[in-house]
Design a protein around this ligand. Structure first.
Ligand SMILES: [Zn+2]
Ligand SMILES: [Zn+2]
Length: 454
């Protein structure tokens, strides 16, 4: 011993450090210093966690469920949370689950996954293909659930060090059902001061993330109009009031809302995607139904479009002696998804630490919509994309396509980002919280026990 210059006490310290290193779930550094974003990625890429996340994704992929019907998916999530010893509330918005990891103190920061599939028949033949005819996870929400559970596992491993609370939101019905809105209405966002959400992307390369500050995804609405005239013999148009010609003119006039009324520097869309009317070559029908979608990047433009779509349809139909009734599914209007500037800066720091600046991409705004916008409308929110496209590989089919394929190699990135973003957020918030009242733990009665089903 002496000859090696190691005293018994320094040996025991070295042994202790070695034990500490071995007991850390993060391979590359010695804790208790908090894990870095790179540590989170290393942990998310460890074989046991990759297997865990991929297996969950494949299980969910085989049994896709549509919005507000995600009963088996919700059950799977709850049984995993039970196994991990994570407290949760259920049901929230029918199938939704809200989990809690950490101290039960502020700050409360949320990470979210959507659970629903699409009414699409899967055309990809592979071992874990959808077993439910006419339904498919073609938007990657199976991967979103799996990554959030992976992050839950990872965060639970270090929950004792969390000086705040991570809120896990598993929400129903993103695909048109405004599940996020229902979650908010049922209290899922209570105490939550910031939220992060992600989407797997076939457009961005594997190993990259993409986002932007400010408006990122458009506000979205749907309309339908019934244009009524008077049917009759197609050879005697003078005895009819032709709704087909009226509807055709309505559709042409609707094109002018974007080309002539909108600010050319502000993106908007009006698309008529439905036209139903007539069934015979020699009959003018009584009525025609048209419908479509409209998108805008500001609340004002969206409200203005709603007003003008109704005016153009009713007045243009009137020019042709027809009546029109216009309906909007305003319950399911999605607001603009706006990324908070401060959270964007936070995201850049985490992403740089995890992947390096070269793998951080600026996302162009998209005319697509996301119900994540309901969360970011009421508290600071941040939404980003996780790239899946293999460099030099065959182009992945885009989402909402029967040939949609997920690159499962992207899953560890989402798992790591979820965990790193909230952990760093909580850490960075500590010095700001001088007010002792904010440090008071929420009493046990306010937080659900494990298995607590509301
Ligand atoms: Zn989708
Ligand atoms: Zn989606």
């Amino acid at each position: 011993m002496e000859a090696l210059g190691i005293s018994p006490s320094s040996l025991s310290i070295s042994f202790f450090l070695l034990l500490l290193l071995l007991s850390s779930p993060y391979p590359s550094s010695c804790h208790p210093s908090p894990p870095t974003p790179a540590d989170f990625l290393a942990r998310a890429m460890s074989p046991d966690l990759v297997d865990y996340v991929v297996n969950i994704r494949r299980k969910i992929h085989q049994y896709p469920e549509l919005g507000y019907q995600e009963f088996a998916t919700s059950e799977l999530i709850r049984s995993e949370l039970d196994r991990l010893g994570i407290r949760y509330k259920h049901p929230v918005a029918i199938t939704g689950v809200v989990g809690y990891i950490g101290s039960g103190n502020a700050p409360f920061v949320a990470i979210r996954a959507d659970m629903d599939a699409l009414p699409i028949e899967e055309s990809v033949d592979w071992e874990y293909k959808s077993k439910v005819p006419g339904k498919m996870h073609a938007c990657g929400h199976d991967g979103h659930v799996a990554m959030l559970l992976g992050a839950a596992k990872l965060l639970q491993e270090q929950s004792k060090e969390l000086q705040g609370t991570v809120v896990l939101l598993f929400q129903p019905a993103e695909e048109g059902g405004a599940g996020a809105k229902s979650m908010i209405e049922e209290g899922a966002m209570e105490n939550v001061e910031a939220i992060f959400g992600l989407h797997l992307s076939t457009k961005h390369p594997l190993g990259t993330v993409a986002s932007r500050a400010g408006p990122a995804l458009a506000a979205n609405g749907f309309f339908e109009a019934v244009i009524s005239g008077k049917g009759g013999h197609a050879a005697l148009p003078q005895h009819s009031v032709d709704p087909i010609v009226a509807a055709s003119n309505v559709i042409v006039s609707l094109q002018h809302l974007v080309s002539r009324e909108a600010d050319p520097l502000e993106s908007q869309v009006v698309t008529v995607s439905k036209f139903e009317g007539g069934g015979a070559f020699n009959v003018i029908p009584d009525s025609v139904t048209i419908g479509g979608t409209f998108r805008a990047f500001s609340k004002e433009s969206f409200v203005q479009l709603t007003k003008r779509i109704e005016e153009v349809i009713t007045r243009q139909a009137g020019v042709h002696r027809c009546n029109a009734t216009v309906t909007f599914d305003s319950e399911h209007f999605y607001p603009v998804t706006t990324n908070h500037k401060g959270l964007h800066a936070h995201f850049l720091k985490v992403a740089e630490g995890m992947l390096g600046m070269d793998n951080l991409l600026e996302m162009k705004p998209l005319m697509g919509a996301e119900d994540f916008s309901f969360y970011s409308e009421i508290i600071p929110g941040f939404f980003y994309h996780i790239g899946m496209q293999e460099k030099g590989g065959e182009q992945l089919p885009s989402a909402h396509n029967p040939y949609y394929k997920m690159n499962e190699d992207a899953l560890p990135f989402g798992t790591a980002f979820h965990a790193a973003l909230v952990t760093r957020y909580i850490l960075e918030k500590q010095p700001e919280r001088h007010d002792e009242t904010l440090r008071q733990p929420i009493s046990d009665k306010d937080l659900p026990k494990a298995h607590d089903e509301l």
